[in-house]
Design a protein around this ligand. Sequence first.
Ligand SMILES: Nc1ncnc2c1ncn2[C@@H]1O[C@H](COP(=O)(O)OP(=O)(O)O)[C@@H](O)[C@H]1O
Ligand SMILES: O=C(O)C1=C[C@@H](OP(=O)(O)O)[C@@H](O)[C@H](O)C1
Ligand SMILES: [Mg+2]
Length: 160
Amino acid sequence: MGTGKSSVSRLLADKLGWPRIDSDEEIEQAENRKISEIFESDGEDGFRQIETQVLNKLLTSAEPAVIATGGGAVLREHNRRMMLENGFVAALHASPEQIIARVEADTARPLLQGDLHQRVHMLLEKRRGVYDFAHLSVDTTKLTVDEVVDRILKAWNQFS
Ligand SMILES: Nc1ncnc2c1ncn2[C@@H]1O[C@H](COP(=O)(O)OP(=O)(O)O)[C@@H](O)[C@H]1O
Ligand SMILES: O=C(O)C1=C[C@@H](OP(=O)(O)O)[C@@H](O)[C@H](O)C1
Ligand SMILES: [Mg+2]
């Protein structure tokens, strides 16, 4: 969360001339509920169930697209495999301090409610290594969105 997936995906899609899809927005549309409402009524497990269904549908569509997922979509091994089998996967990282600075004004992320500093450190620890499966990893801490997009495009051109 806060590493720039949603922001980077917009510019990346523009540059590629591809549609841009954000799985969180797709989930909200399909459910006609905000992410926070889904967490509130169905819990994290309920959200992950919906997220997996939506992601699988997006990943098996024939059209090329830039897909931004939520940061926890990769917690399920099945999703990691689907992503690798159907696309080029870029994982965006950032330092805990930078993540906190980027998300502190935003209340839309249920897993970051409460003590933000403690939540961010706890989640980074819990998820350590889970993003290593990606084709490319980018530390966005000191990069602009433009620079992140350039890194992804370079790696994508070599990959494809
Ligand atoms: N490279 C960056 N440098 C500075 N701010 C950024 C960068 N990438 C994203 N942001 C800002 O951080 C916040 C979270 O970005 P977002 O794209 O929603 O991240 P994610 O989808 O990974 O949670 C937004 O306010 C966005 O403008
Ligand atoms: O990391 C997570 O578990 C989550 C990340 C969020 O998306 P962003 O990574 O785009 O903030 C969103 O899917 C939900 O709040 C859960
Ligand atoms: Mg996002």
